[in-house]
Design a protein. Sequence first.
Length: 267
Amino acid sequence: MLYPAIDVRCAADDLLYAALDDHSPTAIEERSNSVRVFFGTAEARDAAARVIGEQFPVSPIDVPDEDWARRSQLNLQPIAVGRILIVPRPEFPSPPVPDQITIVIQPSMGFGTGHHATTRMCLEGMQATSLRGKVVLDVGTGSGVLAIAAARLGAARAIGLDVDLDAIQSARENLTLNPEASGVSFELVDVRAMPLPVSDLVVANLTGALLVRAAPALLAAVAPGGRLLVSGVLKDERADVVRALRGATVEWERSEDEWTALAVKKR
Ligand code: SAH
């Protein structure tokens, strides 16, 4: 399956979005030096390419990734979890809901736009207890969404770690779009290689296998009386992860689709 699209070589800007509005794009992906815009038909794409091409450098392209267009369509939608609303762009209009916290996460940058069940369950688990004044460690921060959310939920410090330099760069960029999130920093760190900074809440949205391996390091990073919130666990992996987290009591748990997230309290 091929998706008709155009690559517009420019930074995403209002002028472009306004011009695109007339052509009913089905999805928009903001890339590092261009904006990729998908259309329902090749005819719609060709018409848009002609008109947009008068204002911007445009190349038509057929994108062979079915899942991609679906995800980028989703990425245009804001996501609400409890008090948190994640929007894809700073200028995205968010409904005025009392007590709501709006966070900007650019869809194209790093994993973690809030559209994945594992991320949403973390955002829910992070709101199950107060983070006010707490230190939060986000292991495998991706887009930085959970660290930024922690700061907006009142954490005094939030540290996001990732093994992927692109993720760290995108997390830092997302942080600049969220000036109200203070006390947040991002570092290039492999969870398997280092003792982690001790924190009141450690969040780790990884994989079941990595959580099993990293369990001792993750638990060691939890301050006495603190919590570890893990996600990215397939239902089949739950028992192994709980076994690896021995010494801690499961306090909170959610499942969505094939995924499970759980929070344990350190004795
Ligand atoms: N926290 C975000 C992203 C989760 S995706 C969210 O909840 O949506 C998992 C992230 O873990 C990826 O960005 C990946 O680069 C990172 N990761 C994978 N292995 C890692 C490791 N060994 N150490 C640190 N980060 C790791």
